[in-house]
Write a protein that binds this ligand. Sequence first.
Ligand SMILES: CC(C)(COP(=O)(O)OP(=O)(O)OC[C@H]1O[C@@H](n2cnc3c(N)ncnc32)[C@H](O)[C@@H]1OP(=O)(O)O)[C@@H](O)C(=O)NCCC(=O)NCCS
Length: 203
Amino acid sequence: MSTPTATTADQAPTAGTSEHKVPATAIFATEKCYLRPFEVSDAEALAEAANDPELIKYLRAGFPSPYTLADAHSRIEYCHTHPILAFGVFTLDGQYAGTVSLEPPTGDRIYAGTRELGYFGARKFWGRGIMSQAVREFTRWAFATHPELLRIEATVFKPNEASKRVLRKAGFVEEGTRRLAIVKNGEQIDEDIFGLIRTDVTS
Ligand SMILES: CC(C)(COP(=O)(O)OP(=O)(O)OC[C@H]1O[C@@H](n2cnc3c(N)ncnc32)[C@H](O)[C@@H]1OP(=O)(O)O)[C@@H](O)C(=O)NCCC(=O)NCCS
């Protein structure tokens, strides 16, 4: 799956605030945010948001911590050079507010039609409904623009209620629990699986 860089006419972003225009690279805009591919100049804001112990609490151990400027540059470089869909989420006045991504699940090629959803929001914007809107519209956009995509899945640490709320509001179905699948910082935690298939959003 390649990363489109331009917006099609029927998905044209709406205008931003009077001072800030939604850029032409945005894949869509909502009343709270727009999503666009990362630019190298986003590295500082990404590092500032991601270097947050509260944010990584429910993320996999592979997520860098501390999260340095070099980590941010390396992630942006990865997004530009790999077949993933990864976008920055920006407020309508142009501030970096989070990240959404769809990446191939690790494992067998039998999961060809599946992509794994990842996301986080910058803590200063939590609770404003931005990530709920970003995730919901991103998944719709992904199905609409990638006909080969059959299923989007997300795995969530069981105690991560905010994340489960975001997924439920996007229409994800709770498909089950992997009991004690996660061991992080010596703690054993259940993992909940959420799935969204094309017909969940089109029928
Ligand atoms: C999950 C996350 C993206 C939500 O971001 P956000 O900007 O706060 O999201 P929103 O404002 O759109 O909505 C959050 C929802 O969770 C609810 N919520 C927030 N904290 C909560 C908590 N501790 N318990 C229960 N619900 C909670 C909010 O009330 C809101 O639901 P509502 O709209 O029905 O009231 C953010 O908390 C985050 O980045 N967490 C760390 C990274 C992470 O967990 N990523 C997901 C990995 S699966």
